[in-house]
Design a protein around this ligand. Structure first.
Ligand code: SUD
Ligand code: ADP
Length: 306
């Protein structure tokens, strides 16, 4: 149990190891075939009793997080209130580490964490299936933030099947100062021929390499159909990919709709050396070393700063 009346929930950011995108449907959404991996860069949402719903945020990108009703954590808490008829409020405090609009699903992690935290705080008692159903309403990436680990996403990325994975993967993340808008990157994909794209399909070789726990083989199969459109919108990201290559990463790929670039290393020591070289290239605001797979949204046993 958490200490005191507060509930602290941690939810992971993600990388897309493969992101295959099909042509837009009638609603403008795209069918996806993706492999998500949750990583050790995470969001904490602390929910404390309050008369109404309110939100505060801390972290390096806090000033870029909307505090109004568009915030995904607030939307999650409101949705839970509506569906359960609960009228209690909550003060949600987000400790944000995942870059905003970085292609790492930080807002989705906040939504997943807020759902679980408010469910606990209010004693709503929703089961996992009910929480996943609410998560899907909040955004395509939100169910994965609840589930975590490594999973194949189909549909809009919200229909998940867990993937069997051996070992731990060590990633170098090159984080940018200015984010990319997900709808704009999907629109650039459409304009780039995406309207005539084939149905998305995953190469079995990536899943086999993950099962075998072979980072060299995983590296050969990292792929992202949004990389071309994102590079058209942000050509300087080519310098980031090139820097990761020069630094000796096994491979580098744009995460989701970007602009974060994820570079795969052999082990933690190799990741630290790749990170040092990418940092020297001055192509990113921050260069971080993380690992995956990480667990999905969970209540922390003990409240701690880490
Ligand atoms: C691209 C991905 C890959 O994992 O990640 P991010 O780059 O956002 O982290 C996701 O599909 C993003 O998921 P998420 O950010 O939750 O999407 P939503 O809030 O549901 O939708 C935001 C917008 O993205 C576009 N969108 C999203 C999902 C999808 N399958 N097709 C789409 O076309 C739509 O334009 C939609 O209006
Ligand atoms: N809790 C939140 N944290 C970050 N961004 C949020 C949040 N709620 C809503 N947003 C909005 O969603 C946009 C994309 O969010 P984010 O999840 O950080 O990126 P991405 O979709 O690239 O993974 C932001 O630019 C912001 O306007």
């Amino acid at each position: 149990m958490s200490t005191g009346p507060e509930v602290r929930v941690r939810a992971p950011g993600k990388i897309n190891l493969a992101l295959r995108v099909g042509p837009p449907d009638g609603d403008g959404y795209h069918p996806l075939a993706t492999v998500f991996q949750a990583v050790s860069l995470h969001e904490d949402v602390i929910a404390a009793p309050a008369l109404d719903l309110r939100l505060t945020v801390e972290g390096p990108d806090a000033d870029r997080v909307p505090l109004d009703d568009s915030n995904l954590a607030l939307r999650a808490a409101r949705l839970l209130q509506e569906r359960t008829g609960i009228t209690a409020g909550a003060h949600l405090h987000i400790v944000k580490q995942v870059p905003v609009a970085g292609g790492m699903g930080g807002g989705s992690a906040d939504a997943a964490a807020a759902l679980l935290a408010c469910d606990q705080l209010w004693g709503a008692g929703l089961d996992r299936t009910e929480l996943v159903a609410l998560a899907r309403e909040l955004g395509a990436d939100v169910p994965f933030a609840l589930t975590g680990l490594t999973a194949v996403g189909s549909g809009r990325g919200d229909v998940l099947t867990s993937a069997m994975v051996s070992g731990t993967y060590h990633w170098v993340l090159a984080v940018q100062d200015v984010g990319l808008s997900t709808p704009e990157v999907f629109a650039a994909f459409d304009d780039d021929g995406g309207r005539a794209a084939p149905a998305p399909h995953l190469d079995d070789a990536l899943l086999a390499a993950l099962r075998a726990g072979d980072p060299h083989e995983v590296a050969r199969h990292l792929v992202n159909d949004l990389e071309g459109p994102a590079l058209d919108l942000r050509p300087e990201l080519r310098d980031v990919l090139a820097a990761a290559d020069r630094a000796g990463a096994l491979a580098a790929v744009l995460s989701g709709s970007g602009p974060t670039v994820a570079a795969l290393a052999v082990d933690e020591r190799h990741a630290r050396s790749v990170a040092a070289v990418v940092r020297e290239a001055e192509v990113a605001r921050d260069v971080l070393v993380v690992s995956g797979p990480a667990p999905g949204a969970r209540v922390l046993e003990h409240v701690s700063g880490g």
